[in-house]
Design a protein around this ligand. Structure first.
Ligand SMILES: [Zn+2]
Length: 315
């Protein structure tokens, strides 16, 4: 288990699990909460957990691929749909599954909603109906990256588990132990999110080409603004851009860097030609661009627009 979740990954969780029917996890993106929750649920589902309360790995229950376990339904955003929500249909489809749960101790059902903050309003309300009068032996697990996006009426019915984040030292150790030495240089850029650091290391060529382009200030060539920059998606590009602009403004005001800590000299140079006011305006605008990433707009055109706006922050 990831060291930052060690305090949470305890037999006591499996033991106390059935005392509450709704469990709401609150975690940060890129820290591996999906892995933790899968392990916790596997421990609960295992037919032969001994005193350790850890899944044995070889009973009939452990042999099911996680998402196919007959006592479990995993609800997540349908990647084929353009909308970034978990739909009401997905929640409605649960009712036949829930009805299968009987009061017999072994006949429990677990519903795991992987991205609870993506529930559409109607889906959240439909879910709430289930949570208000939960059928006996039915358990709901929700994972959320954004607690304020969860209906207060859902929050109030749940046992809330706030998962710890890694310290920088834990991130370094974890990456070393897992053989991701190359990701260590990306820890700052990832915002100390170990799984993001690994992703950034895998995408390092793309990251470098984005940063090289941004480092040119207003003197980059629009010819170099092309879809190759979007290989890991528009959202990824915008995130790098947001961190870049954050650091430019933070350096201008406080001489501090948070993400691009290994290129201080270059940032020092480029901030000399910056309009601070325009930079802050652009930063706000980037939040709007970020919201476009899950919509079906033309990403190539959006990229051109972002880069034209970027030119304007320089004098
Ligand atoms: Zn087992």
């Amino acid at each position: 288990m990831m060291p930052w979740y060690q305090s949470f990954y305890q037999p006591a969780f499996a033991k106390n699990f059935k005392e509450t029917q709704t469990h709401l996890f609150v975690s940060q993106e890129g820290e591996g909460s999906e892995y933790l929750i899968e392990c916790l649920l596997r421990n609960i589902l295992c037919e032969q957990t001994g005193t350790q309360q850890q899944a044995c790995g070889h009973c009939k229950s452990c042999e099911y691929p996680f998402v196919e376990h007959p006592k479990l339904r995993v609800i997540e955003k349908n990647p084929e749909l353009k909308t970034a929500v978990v739909s009401i249909e997905q929640v409605r489809e649960l009712s036949s599954f829930i009805e299968l749960a009987s009061s017999s101790e072994d006949d429990y059902k677990i519903i795991y909603i992987k991205e609870a903050d993506l529930l559409s309003t109607s889906a959240a309300n439909a879910l709430l109906k289930n949570l208000e009068e939960p059928p006996s032996n039915t358990f709901f697990i929700l994972n959320s990256k954004n607690l304020h996006k969860i209906l207060p009426t859902i929050r109030s019915r749940a046992s809330i588990h706030i998962l710890p984040s890694p310290t920088r030292e834990q991130t370094v150790n974890y990456l070393e132990q897992e053989g991701h030495q190359d990701a260590i240089q990306f820890i700052d850029l990832s915002g100390n999110k170990p799984l993001f650091a690994i992703q950034l290391a895998n995408d390092h060529e793309l990251v470098n080409s984005i940063v090289n382009l941004l480092m040119k200030g207003k003197y980059f060539d629009m010819m170099h603004v092309n879809d190759a920059l979007l290989t890991s998606g528009f959202g990824f590009f915008i995130e790098i851009m947001q961190k870049w602009i954050f650091d430019l403004s933070s350096y201008t005001e406080f001489k501090e860097l948070h993400y691009f800590t290994n290129i201080t000299d270059k940032i020092e140079q480029i901030t000399k030609t910056l309009s601070y006011k325009e930079t802050l305006n652009f930063y706000k605008k980037l939040n709007e661009y970020a919201r476009l990433s899950d919509t079906p707009i033309n990403k190539s055109m959006a990229l051109d627009a972002v880069m034209i706006d970027y030119k304007r922050i320089y004098n």
